[in-house]
Design a protein around this ligand. Structure first.
Ligand SMILES: Nc1ncnc2c1ncn2[C@@H]1O[C@H](COP(=O)(O)OP(=O)(O)OP(=O)(O)O)[C@@H](O)[C@H]1O
Ligand code: SF4
Ligand SMILES: [Mg+2]
Length: 341
């Protein structure tokens, strides 16, 4: 059996807000094997960044509550780690390419100073001289297709373009090696040619160096090119997960089917059917299936009960009553299907 670098089980994450608990992430399961590339796809506001930040425990503990679940990184529960263990996790275990490069970079330090800090903090180059650290930093800068590393090292973030800042964020996640790289929509501010090169670089990094990757993206096309398995997230739930090819051969959850229909086609033919409506209000989420208000296939049971996770073919899981068959009606009678809290 493959070794898991990350194993999330039954995880829920709530934000404490003035309106009450915002129950964003809801009982999710997810794993990443060593050397595997995994995609996390879902529309804006479905909880992707919240989940990933929780892996690194970088959300202020005063604003979140984790009522249930475990997040195991190399076999250790991150949610129970002490300060030193957390430091070790962030130094050597996992790094995250942030979604917002402007807030990730410090405006009052040069790019060089910020990269040196990361190199020093990692503890991976304890005896490196200044010249060696400069070399490591320069290599990271050129690896993200930026020329003139000397100028960039001496620049402050505001002296770079948006796309350059985005690439510096990627470089700062790559400057020291980690087991798991979390890329949170790393290419949104980049043009398509650079996007392509960055995607190739991320794939090579994982394939050649045996690291693991979680690629968060809105684009099914990017996920198709880059990852081995895909998790589809909707309204804080993982609604479908399977091997990448399987998802495109046999998209099964109504939300996944809707997502596929939303992709514009080069052949034209007008606007797609789309998925009407909005992600749920997390303070008062729907009692049953969170996709129910937007689902064309919804039945009575979907309004009341949480859909069970069904393995419709090997390694292909769907959380939907459409696939629950006899067991759904049975659990309905027995009150077996879970209710939202
Ligand atoms: N600090 C916070 N306090 C309260 N709610 C928050 C906080 N941060 C995020 N949220 C809410 O959690 C939900 C999920 O946000 P998150 O950033 O995880 O979504 P996402 O899937 O990453 O979206 P996007 O694709 O736009 O980046 C949103 O409704 C958001 O408003
Ligand atoms: S459980 Fe029901 S409402 Fe939810 S996606 Fe399936 S059919 Fe639609
Ligand atoms: Mg996000």
């Amino acid at each position: 059996m493959a070794e898991k670098v990350l194993n999330i089980q039954d995880l829920s994450i709530w934000y404490k807000t003035y309106r009450g608990m915002s129950k964003v992430v809801d009982h999710i399961d997810m794993f990443v094997n060593k050397g595997e590339k995994v995609g996390l796809v879902g529309e804006s506001g479905c909880g992707k960044t919240t989940t990933m930040k929780t892996i690194l425990r970088v959300i202020d503990k005063d604003i979140i509550h984790v009522p249930n679940g475990t997040v195991e990184f190399n076999g250790k529960n991150v949610l129970k780690m002490n300060k030193d263990e957390l430091l070790e996790l962030r130094r050597k275990g996992a790094s995250m390419i942030s979604q917002s490069p402007m807030s990730a970079l410090n405006p009052v330090f040069t790019i060089g100073e910020q990269l040196f800090d990361i190199i020093k903090f990692s503890g991976q180059y304890p005896k490196a001289t200044k010249a060696e650290m400069i070399e490591v930093a320069k290599q990271a800068i050129t690896s993200v297709m930026l020329s003139d590393p000397d100028r960039i090292m001496d620049s402050y973030p505001h002296q770079l373009s948006g796309g350059m800042r985005q690439r510096i964020c990627i470089a700062s996640s790559l400057v020291t090696p980690r087991d798991l790289l979390i890329a949170d929509e790393p290419c949104t501010a980049l043009d398509v040619t650079i996007q392509d090169q960055i995607h190739r670089m991320l794939r090579e990094l994982v394939e050649e160096k045996g690291r693991s990757l979680i690629m968060i993206t809105h684009s099914l096309g990017v996920a198709r090119e880059l990852v081995d398995r895909i998790y589809i997230m909707y309204g804080g739930n993982i609604v479908e997960s399977c091997r990448t090819q399987d998802l495109f051969d046999n998209p099964s959850h109504p939300y996944t089917v809707g997502l596929m229909e939303c992709v514009p086609r080069l052949s034209g033919g007008g606007l797609s059917a789309g998925i009407y409506g909005y992600v749920p209000d997390y303070v008062n989420p729907p009692e049953g299936c969170r996709f129910c208000p937007r689902c064309k296939d919804a039945k009575e049971i979907c309004k009341k009960k949480r859909p069970p996770k069904v393995e419709i073919s090997p390694e292909h899981f769907v959380s939907c009553f459409k696939y629950a068959g006899a067991s759904a009606s049975q659990s309905e009678e027995e009150g077996g299907a879970e209710k939202h809290e």
